[in-house]
Design a protein around this ligand. Sequence first.
Ligand code: PLP
Length: 450
Amino acid sequence: MIYLDHNATTPVDPAVLDAMLPYFSADFANASSIHTPGQRARAAVETAREQVAALIGAKPQEIVFTSGGTESDNHAIFGVVAQHSVAQAFLPVRHERNPAPTQTRTATNAAPPPHRNVSSNPSSSLANSTSPPSSSFTSSISSTSASPTSHIITSTIEHEAVLNAAQALEQRGVAVTCLPVNRSGLLDPEKLRAAIRPDTVLITVMHANNELGVIQPLAEIGRIAKEHKIPFHTDAVQSAGKIPIDVNALKVDLLTLSAHKLYGPKGVGALYIRTGTKLQQLLYGGHHQRGARPGTENVAAIVGFGKAAELARHSFADDAARISSLRDQLERGLLERIPNTRVNAANAPRTPNTTNILFSGIEGEALVIALDLKGIACSVGAACSSGAIEPSHVLTAIGLSHDEAKSSLRFSLGRHTTAAEIQFALDTIPVAVAQLRALSPTYQKATAVQ
Ligand code: PLP
């Protein structure tokens, strides 16, 4: 199978797997244990924290490991908003039926406070971490609806992890501005500046888009956010390991990473939290990661993430040059061989591995299946929206019609993609497109009158 779906996920690099394996067997200990095996696991986690920090120019203590990109996005967005006036909408509520476990977990064995109100809840700024609250609070969300005193700014082409988090906040009374992008998928920083209000508490704009590969002008957005002293979060899941990232140059305060997009394992990611950035923790539990994200660390996965980050840091310049040349070859070849075809957002700065192509007159999912049968794995868009009836929100946001969006396919190359594979794709895709178009009376009719 020729795998051209690296934006959905990447294979675990063999060196990453080798690094992880001991932590499933000989070095299985809990990284919080004080005995020697535990300390070995702790050291491995801290090495990984350094490796991940180095990939984005951060300090190790600014990295919090999470379960992946979705959790990191949610932590950043809910965490910052909850820090402001609407905190009561997001804090876990007291659960009277479940007090017992709390008594054993706190160092002092003190009884939980009778009622925890908003103002007494600690912030989870990593740099300034406070002791975690009693676990007599369940993870259920209060139904309290907040007054619209907080405002966040995002864009129409964000991943669902951001858009749906923003939507959930909106349902709780937070004002949300979703800025449009142009036909190239780019957000205008001046429009963002104009959208800032006195109550804006967060700007969240993704670095590279998962469907188009378009890279947003983050440094400019970061400068505007800084001028207005507004925390700035970016989802860098699709840019990390593909293009250089420096959190200081980009002036981001919060940044989301996911290991499985950069040849690491699934189910592990990180949130970069700039020193001094205040956000509420989402999970309540032990003291792991200074309380910012409690839960026994998944040592093997974290070690794999660290190794993947290190490999990416050392190889992405070479990878980028080689992969973008193959991607360009694929794009050029398909446009030459197939009429009525165009590259979506072709003129924007894009990640080296991604191309999104509109094949007029075909049903995207039918082409994905046809190519799958011929040995090529690609996608109609985001992995999680594949199979959805609605066309991609990203493609409609750049001005494509419903039909155009449904006729577009994403090919995302990777570190192991070869020239021979691209040649196979160039030989195979035109045949599959021609076969599908031959079955489409609408396409036949439309091209007959041209
Ligand atoms: N953000 C972007 C841009 C993504 O592409 C993805 C995954 O496709 C995510 C967030 C979610 O990451 P994870 O799969 O680690 O939860």
